[in-house]
Design a binder for this molecule. Sequence first.
Ligand code: G1P
Length: 291
Amino acid sequence: MKPIRKAVFPVAGLGTRFLPATKAMPKEMLTVVDRPLIQHVVDEARQAGIEHCIFVTGRNKGVIEDHFDRQFELETTLLERGKKKEYELLMAELPAAGAASFTRQQSPLGLGHAVWCARDIVGDDPFAVVLPDVLVKAERGCLAQMIDAYNAIGRASNIIAVEEVPMERISSYGVVGIGKTHGKSFEITQMVEKPKREDAPSNLSITGRYILQPEIFGLLADQQKGAGGEIQLTDAMVRLSKTQPFYGVKFEGQSYDCGMKLGFLTANIAYALDRADIADELRAEIGKLLK
Ligand code: G1P
């Protein structure tokens, strides 16, 4: 079985829910504490053993490329000022030469289309897809848990991270049907993108982490528009599931939907409360605000 070495990060979305913050800045650069969203998910991927990050960008997203490049002027200034710790932090996080690729989705045709744009860079290997809108705070990262499950299954399969969501929110997500359980994963019997509440096969939503076999690309190539008039990844996965197994993994950890203001703000507080340098003071400040 081939290892999962590459991850695709679709980052072409407009971020309309965060206007005007995202007028000139990509939503993926919004910070949770002091790290951009995109850095948080790249960290998760690297912990899972991902060696090559593929970003599917769009217009106005150039700063994401800069974020994963060297910044000589800043580095020199940090060194001149004796800020060795900050300098070392930047250097440690830099991707290895040639281990970050960027391609563009020229029109916003949907998540399925965005993933398809990465086909030539991914090539003929199984790969991960990580949506930067969703942060998962967990001791062992969500993608690492999925790769554990993938290895435990021990054959070429497709893995989707899922979690329970309240039924009143179910139609905002892709939803899976639950089959037989195998250790930490279960067979997926159905997948529906943004179903009506009464059509949802369960209360388990797709959380924005996928391990997919490369055969998905051939299906995405002629995938018709689905929910919301967009080319949906879920619809191509439904077609792939006719010939390949799909498993769901209920990961351990807390997810934050940072594509929504509430999730984003909650993530900021949750991550900050975990930081020794600010947690105590933040707790005191929140206490004052809530009085
Ligand atoms: C996408 C997927 C959906 C998934 C969701 C997770 O939808 O299509 O299946 O549940 O991400 O955040 P989007 O949020 O891009 O509409």
